[in-house]
Design a protein around this ligand. Structure first.
Ligand SMILES: Nc1ncnc2c1ncn2[C@@H]1O[C@H](COP(=O)(O)OP(=O)(O)OP(=O)(O)O)[C@@H](O)[C@H]1O
Ligand SMILES: [Mg+2]
Length: 250
């Protein structure tokens, strides 16, 4: 099993934000995670990537228990993510935002950096080449020298994805990548996700938008911290429990 979440639980005071959640992601798929506001989707990502520690439960990745690993260690093991609130370095341009994200996987140590050793220079060169590849793949070439804070919303979201790709993940977790976008921006992001997937990266995406559901092989639905349904996009669309969860339980 590629990613396996078992009995995952997160309590915030009296609130069970995630409650005994079992979830699997298969290698090579695009899986969707949907559910009404407050269902526990972002908290689930935070638990998988150790931004938060669970109250109970386990996260297994490639057969290894990563529940209590640190976030940077999880990134090195191959899980990268974007954030709903998309933190970027506003005063850095696109290329700088992507290249700085590589340092997580840069093997230069401080000695190499300080003395500008050959190894450090080789790494720098490789980082710039890979950054350009990612920028090209995601269609950000035209704006590569624009400061992040001056980019339109769609490009900012794309840049968040580019930064996540710099960790060279096997599994990419995307938190609402097309929220608040215009149709052209949505199309660009969907195209980018398909390209990322074609490169062999597995994707788990949180999104309400039906256009995103349509590119998913499988959709998992959460409500009140629990999984309430799982199936193909069509099955999920036809599921009455899912429909009533989105309508607030009427
Ligand atoms: N750090 C926190 N402390 C206290 N409560 C929290 C914290 N993070 C999330 N919550 C609560 O946990 C519940 C689940 O939140 P979460 O952000 O996971 O929902 P979500 O499914 O991502 O919703 P949305 O679609 O609005 O992004 C909500 O009731 C939220 O208010
Ligand atoms: Mg959320």
């Amino acid at each position: 099993m590629f990613l396996e979440v078992k009995g995952l639980t997160k309590r915030f005071g009296g609130l069970l934000a995630v409650n005994q959640l079992d979830l699997t992601v298969n290698k090579g798929e695009i899986a969707g995670l949907i559910g009404p506001n407050g269902a526990g989707k972002t908290t689930t990502f935070n638990l998988i990537t150790s931004v938060l520690q669970p109250t109970k439960g386990r996260v297994i990745f490639n057969g290894e228990d990563i529940t209590y690993e640190k976030s940077h260690a999880i990134a090195r093991k191959g899980i990268a993510r974007t954030f709903q609130l998309n933190p970027l370095f506003g005063d850095f341009d696109v290329l700088q935002n992507v290249s700085t994200a590589f340092y997580i996987s840069d093997t230069s140590n401080l000695f190499d950096m300080y003395f500008n050793t050959n190894k450090h220079r080789r790494n720098q060169k490789m980082i710039m080449e890979k950054s350009h590849e990612i920028i090209k793949m995601l269609g950000l070439e035209q704006v590569k020298n624009v400061l992040a804070r001056n980019l339109p919303h769609g490009h900012q979201k794309m840049l968040g994805i580019a930064r996540a790709l710099a960790a060279e993940p096997q599994l990419l977790l995307l938190d609402e990548p097309i929220a608040g976008m215009n149709p052209d921006e949505v199309e660009a992001i969907l195209k980018a996700i398909n390209k990322i997937h074609e490169q062999g990266i597995t994707v788990l995406v949180i999104e309400h938008n039906m256009m995103m559901m349509d590119i998913c092989n499988r959709v998992i639905v959460m409500n009140f911290g629990q999984k309430i349904a799982e199936g193909t996009p069509q099955e999920i669309r036809d599921n009455e429990e899912v429909q009533s969860a989105y309508l607030g339980g009427v």
